[in-house]
Design a protein around this ligand. Structure first.
Ligand SMILES: [Cu+2]
Length: 119
């Protein structure tokens, strides 16, 4: 009987161990997922400038431009591959970033900015 009891105890300890390992591994998976959560970077458009003018982000991050000027602005890729609609005051434009690009405001050609992807 003592042997049976010992094996029951051994089995219980083993099971608890397995459950612990299971929860630890799912916990680590959650941490990995959290690290990949994209960050949203705000670029404020104010007094005819993009602020910050040059921004570094991770691949998959989001950049959101917010127009704080009275006059409308837009965000246009340097080679005009894409453009936002004209943004009125407090309008926003968001983009998921997959690669570097330079951009400007097609309404005011002097307004320029860049987005750089870092690892
Ligand atoms: Cu503008």
């Amino acid at each position: 009987m003592k042997t049976v009891r010992k094996s029951i105890i051994a089995l219980t300890v083993f099971s608890i161990g397995l459950v612990t390992i299971f929860f630890l591994s799912t916990g680590f998976k959650k941490m990995e997922t959290n690290q990949k959560t994209p960050t949203t970077h705000i670029v404020t458009i104010y007094q005819m400038k993009f602020d910050p003018e040059n921004i570094k982000v991770k691949k998959g991050d989001i950049v959101e431009w917010v127009n704080k000027d009275f006059v409308p602005h837009d965000v246009t890729e340097i080679d005009k591959k894409w453009t936002s609609k004209p943004l009125k005051q407090d309008d926003t434009f968001s983009k998921v970033i997959t690669k570097d690009f330079n951009y400007f405001c097609s309404i005011h050609l002097v307004m320029k900015g860049s987005v750089t992807v870092t690892n």
